[in-house]
Write a new protein. Structure first.
Length: 179
């Protein structure tokens, strides 16, 4: 079975940020349809209900994952750029490159809910940038947004036993730059 280096996974996460950031930029510059903005705001509301409470339960994490996957899918599909969609489909073959792939690790740490709140604040800022036609800002927010996933990867690699329990596929990832 093919193994992946942590650098390959980190690179895939970064590329996802570039792709999603560019998709958000296109939406901002081309003008997002009203229905898409309503759907994105529904995601924001669902995310708010999941993270804005004193402590999150397992159902809250599940609701956040569902919302997060939908949010990122709406951004990508909403921009209408088929080339970006094809690149994202290709990234889907990389372990832990998907938007919610690292969330199980995040749910295991003390700071996890804070990180989730920060990520969700970025969702709000991305939608605001799209609404205001701020393409460069939307793109930068999309690229910055994936840094939490990269921090989760680092956390997982520092705690391999816990990571393997929460995300069995992490066993396919080795530390370092070459497999």
């Amino acid at each position: 079975m093919r193994r992946f280096t942590s650098q390959e996974v980190a690179d895939a996460i970064r590329v996802r940020g570039v792709i999603e950031g560019f998709a958000a930029r296109l939406l901002a510059e081309d003008g997002a349809p009203r229905q898409l903005l309503r759907d994105l705001k529904d995601c924001l509301d669902a995310g708010d209900r999941a993270v804005n409470k004193p402590s999150m339960e397992i159902d809250d994490y599940a609701a956040y994952v569902e919302m997060n996957d939908r949010f990122h899918k709406l951004i990508l599909e909403g921009c209408g750029n088929l080339a970006l969609k094809r690149v994202m489909d290709m990234l889907g073959g990389q372990p832990f490159a998907a938007p919610s792939a690292m969330l199980p690790m995040q749910s295991s740490m003390e700071e996890g809910q804070q990180w989730m709140r920060q990520a969700h604040r970025t969702h709000h800022a991305m939608v605001q940038a799209i609404e205001r036609g701020q393409g460069s800002r939307a793109q930068a927010l999309g690229e910055e947004h994936v840094e939490i996933a990269r921090m989760n990867l680092d956390y997982a690699l520092e705690r391999p036993e816990l990571a393997a329990e929460l995300m069995p596929g992490i066993r396919l990832v080795s530390k370092g730059r070459s497999a």
